[in-house]
Each structure stands twice: as structure tokens, then as C-alpha cells.
Design a protein around this ligand. Structure first.
Ligand SMILES: [Zn+2]
Length: 252
């Protein structure tokens, strides 16, 4: 995976976009970082993560598993209501590369419609479980209006390591424009989170959501309240807009 993570975007021109770093050209004088939280929602954990983020005034991006979102929609509503970005982490958290190609797109589609039914908004970003993808996975995501987002700093927090080690991994791997990957449902991660936020702030980092970092959409779908129809997704192979190099971040 290491080589894949060096890709900024557009590994498969014309068939999708892969983002693994925030645009920094418009924020050269600012150190920005995105905190991304995978695998939720998890009752008993998500609420505590949200409380910590609120306490520290940090907005994050939650890559949610559709099946979990359908089971705990109140947590999804809470995440969205608090201003965090809600994103697609597939419906069943399968390895998308190993699924039959005809079934694979439904992982994006089902999660998208689940999140839309709960929040009234289609997600704009997705992340494949385990970071496993191929050209078909990226193209299927693009067809659903999703940009694939990877990460630069993996906390490795699903491996049973201590809170201190999680913190050290994040701190040593985070640079400006970085995308931090942590997981919902892990006790040590919750324990590490306040220290991670405090230390990154001390080093001058500002936290942004992916919605803030990449404000443009690759498709304009209607909001639930404004229309009941679904606008057509871009056809397979349709060129996607280049990343807006002039993206600007809101002042925190
Ligand atoms: Zn995951």
C-alpha cells in the first residue's frame, strides 16, 4: 500500500479520483490536517468521540459503514448535526477487490442510499475497506459521485496497540496536508484522541473536514428536502474535474 499512498489524486485518469493528501497550495502559510474516523457508527464509542471533538472544537470526517449506519441512524444524525463530514466506507465492509465485479458497486450504492435516507445528503467521499481498491472500484465510486480518499497517517489503532503508541504513530506520521486515519470502536483510540488533538494544535495544525478541504462536488445531486428525484450520476469514464488548486479553508 505504501506506494499507493503517495498518489495525490487521479491514479486512473478519466475514471475517478483518488485523494490521499489535502490541497495545500492555497494554505501554504497554514498547517492543515484532516482527522478521519473509520468503521462507525459504534454505540458506546461514537458518542464519546463526538463529545471529545466538541470539547476540543475539532471537526472531523466519519467514514461510515452503511450497515452500521442503518442500525444506528441516530448516531449518523448526531455526527452530521455536529458539522462533521459524513462519508461512505462501503455497506458491508467487504474487501471490494475480492467481490464479484457485478456485486462490488452495490457496496457504494447501498451505503450511499442509506446515508442519504438518514441525512438527506449524498456523501461526496468514500474510502474502500482496508484501502483495497482497483480501477473498477474507483470507477464504480465515481459513478456514484464519490471521490476516493486514502490517508497519509495511519494510527494502526486496530492492532491492539496502546493509546500512547497510537499517539506516537499519529504524531510522527502527520505533516501539513495530511489525512489521519483512526477508527471508531477502539477504546485506546478514544484514550489517545485528546492528546493527539492537543499536541497537533501545539504544533500549529488546524483541523479541517474533507468537505472544507474539497468543497467542489463531482456531481450535483439534489438535497432530500428540495427534490425527490435523483440526478444522473456521471457516466462511467466521464472525466472528472481536476482538483481545485485554489481551495480555501475556512478560518477556525
Ligand atoms: Zn474500515
Amino acid at each position: 500500500m505504501a506506494s499507493l499512498l503517495c498518489v495525490f489524486f487521479s491514479a486512473f485518469p478519466g475514471e475517478g479520483t483518488i485523494l490521499s493528501k489535502l490541497p495545500t497550495s492555497a494554505a501554504a502559510s497554514r498547517k492543515v490536517v484532516a482527522l478521519t474516523i473509520d468503521d462507525g457508527p459504534h454505540p458506546g464509542y461514537t458518542e464519546r468521540i463526538l463529545s471529545l471533538l466538541a470539547e476540543h472544537e475539532v471537526k472531523a470526517t466519519f467514514f461510515l459503514v452503511g450497515k452500521m449506519a442503518a442500525t444506528y441512524p441516530y448516531l449518523v444524525r448526531k455526527i452530521a448535526a455536529q458539522g462533521h463530514t459524513v462519508a461512505n466506507h462501503s455497506h458491508y465492509h467487504n474487501n471490494l477487490v475480492q467481490l464479484p465485479p457485478e456485486n462490488m458497486p452495490f457496496e457504494w450504492i447501498m451505503c450511499n442510499s442509506t446515508l442519504y435516507s438518514i441525512t438527506g445528503t449524498y456523501p461526496k467521499f468514500c474510502r474502500p475497506p482496508g484501502g483495497n481498491y482497483n480501477q473498477q472500484v474507483v470507477a464504480a465510486a465515481a459513478k456514484e459521485g464519490l471521490r476516493m480518499v486514502l490517508w497519509t497517517a495511519n494510527a494502526g489503532d486496530c492492532t491492539g496497540i496502546s493509546a500512547k503508541t497510537i499517539e506516537q504513530k499519529v504524531m510522527s506520521r502527520t505533516n501539513s496536508g495530511g489525512i489521519i486515519l483512526i477508527h471508531d470502536g477502539v477504546e485506546a483510540t478514544i484514550e489517545a484522541l485528546p492528546e493527539i488533538i492537543t499536541k497537533l494544535r501545539k504544533k500549529g495544525f488546524e483541523f479541517v473536514t474533507l468537505d472544507q478541504a474539497f468543497p467542489t462536488s463531482i456531481t450535483d445531486r439534489p438535497a432530500k428536502a428540495s427534490s425527490k428525484t435523483t440526478s444522473p450520476a456521471p457516466s462511467k469514464g466521464q472525466a472528472l474535474p481536476e482538483e481545485d488548486a485554489s481551495s480555501s479553508y475556512p478560518t477556525q
